[in-house]
Design a binder for this molecule. Structure first.
Ligand code: ADP
Ligand code: MG
Length: 258
């Protein structure tokens, strides 16, 4: 059965999409069949993997609202074994339209499970790149997932919002998805030359002892550049520090999920 991981933090700009794209690519490079679901109407994971949002047959909106099967919309990417469910601004409309549906929190779960049950070659991993809010799209991701991965940016307000996020995870776990558990927190944009980064890393490790990934994601220029070329870091600059750390994170994730 596929491990389904929601990559989430209601703060914007903390490295959710960078982690979703590059972790997915590295899992695929490790031979794991991987699906990345872009759940953010901004569609940054979609464009970051070089998929042209103007020329899509469909996107996540069609699957959530129009009952189009995932199989008709999921795209291949330049990375072998990595597929993508693309998002466009349409997905913002899905967030609104979902409100009126009866099983509004379960829509992604049902559509995804039908797809996972139907594919000939099973997936090993599904990653869900969440939008920067705790709204219905993120709730759908948490209901569909079995694990949560939280990128935390090494900056002053890093811990702010994490309590609320953990409460939301707990609410979903206790009321809608018993098996949901925290896979771990990933410290991102770490800069070992600054006391601030070191302090934040210490503080997060203190609050979430044992739940922080050993792999620290440094601030790395090549990681910031790769999305504008529509490539994961492993293609854009395979020898960069950024590529190395995401390969390391992928190995840690594979070990953690057992
Ligand atoms: P989110 O999805 O949480 O909003 P992103 O992954 O889009 O965050 O990251 C926000 C911005 O920071 C983007 O411009 C991205 O390219 C850049 N960025 C993310 N991680 C790194 C990193 N480790 N080093 C340098 N730039 C990064
Ligand atoms: Mg994002």
């Amino acid at each position: 059965m596929a491990h389904i991981i929601a990559v989430t933090n209601q703060k914007g700009g903390v490295g959710k999409t960078t982690t979703s794209i590059n972790l997915s690519a590295c899992l695929a490079d490790n031979g794991k069949r991987t699906l990345l679901i872009d759940m953010d109407p901004q569609g940054n994971a979609t464009s970051g993997l070089g998929i042209d949002k103007e020329n899509l047959e469909g996107n996540l909106y069609d699957c959530l609202i129009e009952h189009v099967p995932f199989a008709q919309v999921v795209q291949k990417t330049a990375v072998k074994k990595l597929s993508l469910m693309p998002a466009t601004m349409d997905v913002a409309g899905a967030a609104v339209e979902l409100v009126t549906l009866e099983h509004r929190e379960q829509v992604l779960k049902q559509a995804l499970q039908a797809y996972l049950d139907s594919v000939k070659k099973p997936y090993d991993f599904v990653l869900i790149d969440c939008p920067p809010s705790l709204g219905l799209l993120t709730i759908n991701a948490l209901v569909a997932a079995d694990q949560v991965l939280i990128p935390v940016q090494c900056e002053f307000y890093a811990l702010e919002g994490l309590a609320q996020l953990m409460q939301t995870v707990e609410m979903v776990r206790s009321s809608m998805n018993e098996q949901l558990r925290l896979l771990g927190l990933v410290l991102t944009m770490f800069d070992g030359r600054t006391n601030l980064s070191l302090q934040v890393a210490e503080e997060v490790k203190k609050y979430f002892s044992g739940q922080v990934f050993h792999t620290l994601i440094p601030r790395n220029v090549r990681l910031g550049e790769a999305p504008s070329h529509g490539e994961p870091i492993t293609i854009y600059d395979s020898h960069s520090r950024g590529a190395d750390v995401y390969r390391k994170l992928a190995r840690e994730v594979i070990r953690r999920v057992g």
